[in-house]
Design a protein around this ligand. Sequence first.
Ligand code: GLN
Length: 265
Amino acid sequence: MTLSLNLTHLYPDNLNLYGDLGNVVTLKRRCEWLGIDCQLKALNLGDAATSGQTDIYFMGGGQDNDQLAVVDDFHQLKQVAIRDDTEAGTIFLGVCGGYQLMGKTFLMGDNQETKGLGIINVKTQAPSKEVKGRCIGNLVVELPSETHAEMQSIYEQPKEIPQTLVGFENHSGQTYLGQDVAPLANTHAGFGNNHEAEYEGARYKNVFGSYMHGSMLPKNPHFADYMIWLALTRKYKDPTIKLKALPDMEEIAAHQYIVQRYGKP
Ligand code: GLN
């Protein structure tokens, strides 16, 4: 039996900064290499979402204006279906502006508070006199040991995978985690969620938020595989599903270069 996954890219026309599209390309291409049929669909302004049709959602980053351009459409045509899906365990990755949008509220530069999608309990504050400036630069972060151990257990053959994730951040919004939300990783280099936090990103059920552009998944193939594995085990209700261990020589070389250049010794 050929396994299959449905991947939905939210607002590719509006939310796509610093190569975010590479995340979708990576998921699709890795599925092909892993022998999984992956159907990709885009939902843009004016397109309604239907629950139960998607295994993985992806939403990229955007400037404040781009976020404002989609938020009403999201509330009217997509929020209920996607919220139902993510509450039931569907995988969702939001990057930067997309991550901010998924939260409860976000404040724009003019301090105007906007109601977010409420898919994950985080809120994002605009820069103000108290906020020191934009968070820009390379990020090197370390995954919790339990997540790393789970990521290592998803392969048919033993595979050594990094405990780090790497990416590039560029945001002024400062994100704070609420109840029931865990940080995605501890920050080694860069800022992550806000100037004070020593962690980056967030996880609630299978909803992941991250500030990593760059794009994120091509340089973190282990995280891409983890998303694919979570989606497959959920869809087929079979926790014993394992993935082929792909060699990932170039991907890991790119990852390690960033770790060595910017990470803690
Ligand atoms: N508009 C947001 C900020 O600057 C997100 C930017 C982005 O997606 N890179 O905080």
